[in-house]
Design a protein. Sequence first.
Length: 209
Amino acid sequence: MILEQIQTSPIGTNCYLYGDPSSGEAFVIDPGNDATVILGLLETHGLRASWILATHCHWDHVGAVAPVKDETDAPFRVPEADLEILRHAAAHAATRMNLRIAQPPDPDGFLPDGEVLRAGALTLTVRAAPGHSPGHVMFVGDGLAFVGDVIFAGSIGRTDIPGAEGPRLMRSIREQVMTLPDATLLYPGHGPHTTVGRERVSNPFVRMA
């Protein structure tokens, strides 16, 4: 198994390459920026993108989708309830950060709760985890989960932005994150990885839930 965490600029959003070296197939999760770095690492590891996936469609998680898809022709999938956010991603990046990104294309499909996606011998199961955004999802694999902006090491996703709802986020954390085994590695959209067990006992937001 190959797992690369790429901290993309300008606000340190994590993109992940999760690949099966035997088949050469890989997931590209949340390509927020720095397409040349993402594509270079795929080449370095001898991987080809089987999927481009977004945990949610805020601009900092989809800013490199267009160039990565142009180069790899991999299918691009997003949560359906975030489609309108996706369609305004470039405009939001320009108005909020004075940043130019290529407008992501419309997706090739959506990410229904419970769907199992495969890249070679690797599988990821979609779990609906709304709250930070209306359609936010997680991707749960063998001993790990890519959680986007649901939960971070010592913190949780913002709920003071359009489309966010605090109670829904806390419910997602209780029902989707904290029901995973304590040893599960959590790979968030920002910051270092952590574990379910560590957040259960040390994350002040989780302890108040």
